[in-house]
Design a protein around this ligand. Structure first.
Ligand code: NAD
Length: 336
């Protein structure tokens, strides 16, 4: 099948080419550096499938362009599908497929890395030592054992985070609209959001971005947290109201902030902007806090995860071509 692959970097090509070759080289992959947007959708002309990543915007205009060009499949290289207008896809007959699970451990381990880096000020210690400053003032950490970790969303990643934090001797509480007995059996206690906000020393977000979770962490939620709380978001940027957490950081209400995702990341992340002036003043303000650690949506970025993403993406495309159905279709039934 002819596939137009948007937002590709050298590492995407490497892993997708390897997976395609392993499957007998069935598909012709055209690699596009451009991000998918209404005005770049036309680059998919001639393709029957489009492959897109997290900051590609598959809105109604892009999907209409695809449908007009004969594109029948949108194969996402991600688990999340909040960037796709599913109602438009359904109306236009474009099947949407995703990679539901590629390496929950990759994101969970990155989450743990952020917690430990912030807690022990590793990000600051690294710079200090390189500059010959071996003083410890300002680097005082706190022990994780016995601390309460609140996990929002106990799906594949949330569970892996729970197991890791239980391993550190933390008490783990969680909120999820679908509590899971197997998660409780691990030693996790489900609570409501107000209790989780009030009781947690560390809050980490692992729910999808939906209308219900948009700005779940807003000014009111920040006020309800323990003073000096650590907040980690490796899920989707818009679950957090960035202005509210900046206000919380300025007041000391939030003591540590770790972000792998950011509401307006599409204009920043996955690019080398080191020679440019950052125009996003809110993001620039975040970078001024000593107790904020930002990574640029790299939690998924391990060899294991990229291999699994490429293999599942190509398996989705092959199944769609051969059987008319992708392996992991995003259900649009509820949108009928
Ligand atoms: P999953 O579908 O296995 O789990 C999501 C969980 O969130 C489910 O248990 C669901 O019931 C729960 N949930 C749904 N609505 C909720 C709400 N309102 N409040 C609390 N919980 C709610 O997904 P996953 O594989 O664990 O991934 C979680 C999220 O992580 C994805 O949606 C994606 O946005 C993000 N993610 C980020 C990266 C990265 O590189 N930073 C990589 C992969 C996934």
């Amino acid at each position: 099948m002819d596939v137009a692959v948007f937002s590709t970097k050298p590492y995407d090509r490497r892993f997708l080419d390897a997976a395609n070759a392993a499957g007998g080289g069935k598909h012709r992959l055209t690699y596009l550096e451009a991000r998918l947007a209404p005005d770049t959708a036309v680059l998919a002309r001639g393709a029957r499938a489009v492959c897109a990543f997290v900051n590609d915007r598959a809105d109604a205009a892009a999907l209409e362009a695809f449908a007009g060009m004969g594109v029948r499949l949108l194969a996402l290289r991600s688990a999340g599908f909040n960037h796709v207008d599913l109602a438009a896809a359904r109306r236009l007959g474009v099947t949407v497929a995703r990679v539901p699970a590629y390496s929950p451990e990759a994101v969970a381990e990155h989450t743990a890395a952020m917690i430990l880096a912030l807690n022990r000020s590793i990000h600051r210690a690294y710079n200090r030592v390189r500059e010959g400053n071996f003083a410890l003032d300002g680097l005082l950490g706190f022990g994780l054992k016995g601390r309460t970790v609140g996990i929002v969303g106990t799906g594949r990643i949330g569970v892996a985070v729970a197991q890791t934090m239980l391993g550190f001797g933390c008490r783990v509480i969680a909120q999820d609209p679908y509590p899971d007995a197997a998660v409780e059996a691990l030693g996790v206690t489900y609570t409501g959001i107000p209790e989780l906000l009030a009781a947690s020393d560390i809050i980490t977000l692992h729910c999808p971005l939906t209308p219900e979770t948009h700005h779940l962490i807003d000014a009111d939620a920040v006020r309800r947290m323990r003073r000096g709380v650590m907040l980690i978001n490796t899920s989707r940027g818009a679950i957090v109201d960035t202005r509210a957490v900046i206000a919380g950081l300025k007041l000391g209400q939030i003591g540590y902030l770790g972000l792998d995702v950011y509401e307006e990341e599409a204009d920043l992340f996955f690019q080398d902007l080191s020679g440019k002036v950052i125009q996003d003043d809110i993001f620039a303000r975040l970078l001024t806090f000593p107790n904020v650690l930002v990574t640029a949506h790299q939690a998924f970025f391990t060899a294991e995860a990229l291999t699994a993403i490429a293999e599942t993406t190509l398996a989705n495309i092959t199944a769609f071509e051969e059987a008319g159905r992708a392996l992991h279709e995003v259900s649009t039934e509820k949108l009928a």
